[in-house]
Design a protein around this ligand. Structure first.
Ligand code: 16C
Length: 257
């Protein structure tokens, strides 16, 4: 592994975000840190991960799981993308203004609550899959940079964590949609090769390692075979489209570490 981690970056200290004063904060903090840990565990050994899609540097793994008769297969994907930083990729995943540019299953998106610059609550409706009912999702989304405790010289590790929540204004299972319940994270790290003076780095020198994890409970009946077919088709489509969207968005802009 010739790649060297980039050690100069601006890190956002989670203790200073105004989100700490929100009632959801203890949950946001706990789930985000759990997801970071989970994302960094490998896919080998006793984890039971099965590779189901592969394309270039992208690998997608799943575990077949059910809860109350519903398919809830956890998914873990790894990808390596050239020319973008961890911060850029996470910012595009988090920011509402980019979402319709890459999220192919989306029908509509509303910001249900702005908790702070780094923490939003989204209500999304997704395209209907015949013969199941249409789905919506209400979730908080939190972005942060975290020091890499596995390598204290490297601070450029970013995460976005999305987790289902409740909101009195948006009760579940109204408006003809069945609510899905999700926990999703994207964890990214920037590598610079060859290591360089930060002012001389070009996009050709940078690589972003991405780990994406997702568990979606469909919330109500949907045929298992249809669901697994949708997973198999939609997750690779999402990650390929999302990463090419990031490259396209960033290519003519100054690098954001
Ligand atoms: O993580 C992703 N996107 C984030 C920002 O939008 C966020 C959203 C997650 C949405 C989770 C899926 C919601 C249900 C989708 C319904 C499927 C529509 C397919 C239409 C095909 C024409 O975290 C990227 C998410 C990539 C999603 C891939 C598809 C996952 C299928 C899950 C099936 C759920 C149950 C559907 C029951 C009919």
């Amino acid at each position: 592994d010739r790649l060297k981690r980039k050690s100069v970056s601006i890190s956002v200290d989670s203790t200073v975000t105004p989100a700490v004063n929100h009632k959801l904060w203890p949950e946001i903090e706990k789930v985000t840190m759990q997801q970071l840990h989970y994302a960094r565990l490998g896919v080998g050994g006793a984890g039971g991960w099965q590779l189901f899609a592969e394309d270039g540097d992208m690998r997608m793994y799943r575990r077949e799981e059910e809860a109350d008769g519903l398919v809830v297969d956890p998914l873990k994907a790894c990808h390596v993308v050239k020319g973008v930083t961890a911060r850029e990729v996470c910012q595009i995943f988090f920011s509402p203004e980019y979402r319709s540019g890459w999220e192919t299953t989306l029908e509509d998106m509303t910001i249900a609550e702005t908790i702070s610059n780094d923490t939003l609550v989204f209500l999304q409706t997704h395209k209907r899959i015949w013969p199941a009912s249409q789905r919506d999702a209400l979730f908080w989304s939190h972005i942060r940079s975290v020091p890499d405790d596995q390598d204290p010289d490297a601070s450029d590790l970013w995460i976005v964590c999305n987790h289902s929540t409740e909101h009195p204004q948006y009760p579940p299972n109204s408006n003809k949609c069945v609510r899905v319940y999700l926990t999703v994270c994207i964890v990214c790290q920037t590598f610079v090769d060859p290591p360089k003076d930060p002012n001389k780095i070009s996009r050709d020198d940078i690589t972003c390692k991405i780990t994406y994890c997702s568990v979606v409970n469909p919330g109500g009946w949907a045929p298992a075979s249809v669901l697994r077919a949708v997973y198999k088709r939609e997750y690779p489509k999402f990650l390929k489209r999302f990463t090419s969207f990031c490259i396209e968005q960033c290519k003519d802009k100054p690098i954001l570490f």
